[in-house]
Write a protein that binds this ligand. Structure first.
Ligand code: FES
Ligand code: MG
Length: 576
C-alpha cells in the first residue's frame, strides 16, 4: 500500500507553510513546551476522550489515555487529547439518548475544526459508542475505536451479580418484602465493583461488539475487561495503529460497507443483543451511506441463533466469562456463513483474516451453533395497525406464553401516573393485561428514555407474577428483560396510533407472525384520530428545541435529519 507524504496531511496545512498563520500555530504550540521535533513530519492524532468525574464506566480513561499517547509516540505520531461529553448513563437526565446526537455533532466538529489527521475514539458507556462513531464517520478521517471494556463481575454474599438485570431482579424481591434494608445496601456495594461498562449483555457490550464487528476496533478489543492489563496493552496498540492508518489513509469510508453492518447485525443477534442496537446501528449505517433497516434485523433474527450465554438472555455468565471463553473473535469464528469475511477493518486486513486463529475455550459460555441458547435471534420486529413503521421485542428474554397473546390494554399517558398505579395494591389488573406507557418516544420522552420495562404492578408481584406484556414507544435498557414491546413507530406524541388506544381495548401480539394489532375497526381508529389533539411542545428554546425540530423516529435511527450524510453536500475543509 502506498503511503501518504507528510505534506499531504491535514495538519501540515496548519504547521508547515512559511506564513504568518502558521507562525501563529507554531508559536502557540511552542507555548506549551513543544519543539518542532514534536510535530514536524508526524501525523497529529486526536484522542476523543469521554472521561468525566461522574462517569464510573470511564473512570479508568484518565490513566488509559496516557497508554494511548504512549502508543502514538512510539509509532511516530503526535497525540492531542480532546475531551468530549461523557454521557454517563447512570446520572444524565432525562436520558443520555437526548444527547447522543449532541456527542455525534461534537465529535464531528472537533475533528473537522482541529489540526488533526486521525483519531482514537474512547468510549463504551451506551450512547458514547454510536455518538462517537456517527460523528467520526461523518468527519471522514481515519479513526479507531477504543472500547472502555466491561467491569468485573458483581459479587454479593457469594452470589454473582450482573449490572442492571440483578438490580431489577432483587428490587422485585425487595418490593415483595424478601430482602432487608441491610441486605439491599450489600447489593448496592457489590453490583458494580470496578471501572468499566455494564458487564451484562447490555447496550454497552452490544455496541462495543458492534464497533468491533463493523471493523472499527482492533480484534478482541471489545471483550477485554476494563481493569485487565490486556486492556492497557490494547490501548497502546490503538495508539500505534492509528498512526499507520493515517499514513495508509484508511478512512471509515474505506472500511465500512453494507456488509460490515450486516455482519454487525448477525453478531448482535448471536450475542443476544440490547434492543438499543437497532436504533444505533440504523443511525450509524445511514451516516456511512449504506443503510440497514428494521427488515434486515428481522431477517437476521430468523436465521442467527443466540450463542452467547451471557445475562440477561442467559442466566449465569457475564462479559468477564465471555472474554475468558474467547471473546468476540471466538464468537465470530462460530458464525460461519452468517458473516461476510471479506469486509475491511482497522487492521488493514479483512474480518476473516483477523479471526482466522480465533478459538472458543468454553462451549457453555459461547455455545456451538448446534447447541444454541435460543434457536432464533434476539430480536423480532412486529408491525400492524399499532405500529405501522414497526416495533421491537426481545423474545429470548421474555416468558414464552406472551409470544402469542391477546389481552386488554391498561393505558398510562405518563411515567408518574404509571408509577403511582403500579404501587396501588387495588389496581384493576390481571396477569393477562397489556400495560401501555405512551408519550415516551423520541419527542414524547423526550429523548426516548429507557422506561420500556414497565414495573410489574405490586399486586401481581405479590401473587408471584414476574413477567407480563408491556408496550411503549420508549426504549429499554439492554440489561432489562421481560415481555416488553418497544420503539413503537410512529410514536404517540406525534399522533401514532398508540395515542388512540383506550384502557380495555383488546390487543393481539403474535411474535411468530410478527404482528401487533389493536382490535378495533379502521373506522373507529379514524374517528379517534380525528379527535386527537397534539400535546404541547416540550421545549421553547435551546438544545431541546433544536432536538424537537430535527429528531427522526426510531425506525430511522433517531438521528437529526440535518446530520444525516445524505442531507446535503459534504462539508468543506476549513480554510486557513
Ligand atoms: Fe455505563 Fe451501563 S451505565 S455502560
Ligand atoms: Mg444501559
Amino acid at each position: 500500500m502506498s503511503k501518504r507524504t507528510y505534506d499531504s496531511l491535514r495538519s501540515a496545512r496548519w504547521f508547515a507553510p512559511d506564513d504568518l498563520r502558521s507562525f501563529g500555530h507554531r508559536s502557540r504550540i511552542m507555548q506549551m513546551g513543544y519543539a518542532p521535533q514534536d510535530w514536524e513530519g508526524r501525523p497529529i492524532i486526536a484522542i476523543l476522550n469521554t472521561w468525566s468525574d461522574i462517569n464510573p464506566c470511564h473512570s479508568h480513561f484518565k490513566q488509559r489515555v496516557e497508554d494511548v499517547k504512549r502508543g502514538i509516540f512510539q509509532a511516530g505520531g503526535f497525540p492531542i487529547e480532546l475531551p468530549a461529553i461523557s454521557l454517563s448513563e447512570n446520572f444524565v437526565k432525562p436520558t443520555t439518548m437526548l444527547y447522543r446526537n449532541m456527542l455525534a455533532m461534537e465529535a464531528e466538529e472537533l475533528l473537522r475544526s482541529h489540526p488533526v489527521d486521525g483519531a482514537v475514539l474512547m468510549g463504551g458507556c451506551d450512547k458514547t459508542t454510536p455518538g462517537l462513531l456517527m460523528g467520526a464517520i461523518s468527519a471522514g478521517l481515519p479513526c479507531i475505536y477504543l472500547p472502555a471494556g466491561p467491569m468485573l463481575r458483581g459479587n454479593w454474599q457469594g452470589k454473582i451479580l450482573g449490572s442492571g438485570s440483578d438490580a431489577w431482579k432483587y428490587w422485585d424481591e425487595r418490593r415483595a418484602g424478601k430482602i432487608s434494608k441491610t441486605e439491599w445496601i450489600g447489593v448496592e456495594g457489590g453490583i458494580a465493583r470496578s471501572a468499566g461498562t455494564c458487564m451484562t449483555m447490555g447496550t454497552a457490550s452490544t455496541m462495543t461488539a458492534i464497533a468491533e464487528s463493523i471493523g472499527m476496533a482492533l480484534p478482541g478489543a471489545s471483550s477485554i475487561p476494563a481493569v485487565d492489563a490486556n486492556h492497557i496493552r490494547m490501548a497502546a496498540e490503538c495508539g500505534r495503529r492509528i498512526v499507520d492508518m493515517v499514513w495508509e489513509d484508511l478512512t471509515p469510508a474505506r472500511i465500512l460497507s453494507r456488509d460490515s453492518f450486516l455482519n454487525a447485525i448477525a453478531v448482535a443477534m448471536a450475542m443476544g443483543c440490547s434492543t438499543n442496537a437497532v436504533i444505533h446501528l440504523i443511525a450509524m449505517s445511514r451516516r456511512a451511506g449504506c443503510e440497514v433497516t428494521l427488515d434486515d434485523f428481522d431477517a437476521a433474527s430468523r436465521k442467527v441463533p443466540v450463542i452467547a450465554n451471557v445475562r440477561p438472555s442467559g442466566d449465569t455468565y457475564l462479559m468477564e466469562d465471555f472474554y475468558y471463553a474467547g471473546g468476540l473473535p471466538g464468537l465470530m469464528s462460530r458464525l460461519g456463513e452468517h458473516l461476510q469475511g471479506n469486509t475491511m477493518t482497522v487492521t488493514g486486513h479483512s474480518l476473516a483474516e483477523n479471526i482466522k486463529d480465533a478459538q472458543v475455550y468454553n462451549d457453555d459460555v459461547i455455545r456451538p451453533m448446534d447447541n444454541p441458547l435460543y434457536p432464533e435471534g434476539a430480536l423480532a420486529v412486529l408491525r400492524g395497525n399499532l405500529a405501522p413503521a414497526g416495533c421491537v421485542i426481545k423474545p429470548s428474554a421474555c416468558a414464552p406464553q406472551f409470544l402469542q397473546h391477546t389481552g386488554p390494554a391498561l393505558v398510562f399517558d405518563d411515567y408518574p401516573s404509571m408509577k403511582a398505579a403500579v404501587d396501588d395494591e387495588n389496581l384493576d389488573v390481571t396477569p393477562g393485561h397489556i400495560m401501555i406507557l405512551r408519550n415516551a418516544g423520541p419527542l414524547g420522552g423526550p429523548g426516548m428514555p429507557e422506561w420500556g420495562m414497565l414495573p410489574i404492578p405490586v399486586k401481581l408481584i405479590k401473587q408471584g407474577v414476574r413477567d407480563m406484556l408491556r408496550l411503549s414507544d420508549a426504549r429499554m435498557s439492554g440489561t432489562s428483560y421481560g415481555a416488553c414491546i418497544l420503539h413503537v413507530a410512529p410514536e404517540s406524541y406525534v399522533g401514532g396510533n398508540l395515542a388512540l388506544v383506550r384502557t380495555g381495548d383488546m390487543i393481539t401480539v403474535d411474535v411468530p407472525a410478527r404482528r401487533i394489532h389493536l382490535e378495533i375497526s379502521d373506522d373507529e381508529l379514524a374517528a379517534r384520530k380525528a379527535n386527537w389533539t397534539p400535546p404541547e411542545s416540550r421545549f421553547e428554546r435551546g438544545y431541546g428545541w433544536m432536538f424537537s425540530q430535527h429528531i427522526l423516529q426510531a425506525d430511522a435511527g433517531c438521528d437529526f435529519d440535518f446530520l444525516e450524510t445524505s442531507f446535503g453536500a459534504p462539508n468543506k475543509e476549513p480554510s486557513i
